[in-house]
Design a protein around this ligand. Structure first.
Ligand SMILES: Nc1nc2c(ncn2[C@@H]2O[C@H](COP(=O)(O)OP(=O)(O)O)[C@@H](O)[C@H]2O)c(=O)[nH]1
Ligand SMILES: [Mg+2]
Length: 273
């Protein structure tokens, strides 16, 4: 049995989270040879998203520093699966298709798989202005990084967890999504992009199209001109305080200190992420 971690960032998604968690087909994944842990990263929600997710059986990581990228970094630090799969907590991504997507990852023999939402059949699910912005940013990514990914902003990726330690992904915010793809390609990781269904969002959009679009452009230029520095392995942790399931606390584990025993259920990550 292989282990899958489904990592879901959530900022005030109380109205969606139960349905999102229920859409992960844990039983079907088991039949396909996968054990599944679901990790919800609560990014300082004020509507009880984290508590509800925990009550429903998910592992909840608290990341007090707002930002989509910050949330993912905390979730990836916590995840223990052989493979990580991601998706928003807003009902847009087809988490119910994970068994088939994992089969594609295997059959393609790649380490990192991203997804393309920019299909005609998905047009109803995306605002026209977002669609234009996504196409534009995707063209620029393709030109700058010389790859063939159609959708630079898709937030559903499925990859071997070992890949994460080989990437230098810095964005704290929405640019994380393009950066992880561009960086995987830049580092020579074997990549593939597969088409997915994209569904109408539940709840309220957290993206600010103008601000996030502008930041994405700036990030693309910074990334393209960044030197491809060798990655410094994370130093071993000198101490760790692991919280109990109920009391909350601080977990200072990093990817180099996996010998600290089973992951706690709820983690407050260090604030300097
Ligand atoms: N924009 C944003 N999303 C966050 C943040 N923290 C967690 N998220 C979650 O990340 C996902 C992406 O946000 P969303 O509004 O769906 O952006 P979009 O999919 O690009 O339109 C959602 O599940 C949010 O709840 C944050 O600080 N900013
Ligand atoms: Mg979304």
């Amino acid at each position: 049995m292989r282990a899958l971690s489904v990592v879901i960032p959530a900022l005030n998604e109380r109205e969606n989270i139960a349905q999102v968690l229920a859409s992960v087909p844990v039983e079907r994944l088991r039949e396909h040879g996968w054990s599944t842990e679901i990790v919800v990263v609560d990014n300082g929600s004020t509507d009880g998203t984290g508590e509800l997710a925990r009550d429903l059986g998910a592992s909840v990581v608290l990341e007090p520093n707002r930002g989509y990228g910050n949330a993912y970094k905390a979730g990836f630090r916590y995840a223990t699966g052989d493979v990580i799969a991601t998706g928003d907590a807003d009902l847009t991504y087809p988490l119910d298709r994970l068994p088939e997507l994992l089969e594609t990852l295997d059959s393609r023999g790649v380490e990192f798989m991203t997804t393309n939402r920019l299909l005609r059949s998905n047009r109803e699910a995306m605002k026209a202005s977002h669609s234009v912005g996504n196409h534009l940013l995707s063209v620029i990514s393709r030109r700058l990084f010389r790859h063939g990914f159609r959708d630079s902003q898709s937030g559903m990726w499925i990859f071997q967890r070992s890949v994460w330690a080989r990437l230098d992904v810095r964005s704290a915010g929405m640019a994380f999504s393009q950066e992880i793809k561009n960086e995987a390609h830049r580092r020579g990781i074997q990549c593939h992009e597969t088409s997915i269904e994209y569904r109408p969002r539940g709840g309220t959009v957290k993206l600010n199209a103008f601000r996030d679009g502008w930041q994405n452009l700036r990030q693309l230029i910074e990334h393209r001109t960044r030197e491809l520095a060798p990655l410094v392995p994370a130093p071993p942790a000198v101490r760790a305080e692991v919280c109990s399931p109920v009391s909350g606390g601080i977990d200072l584990r990093d990817s180099a200190s996996r010998d600290l025993g089973p992951a706690p259920r709820e983690v407050l990550t260090p604030v300097d992420e």
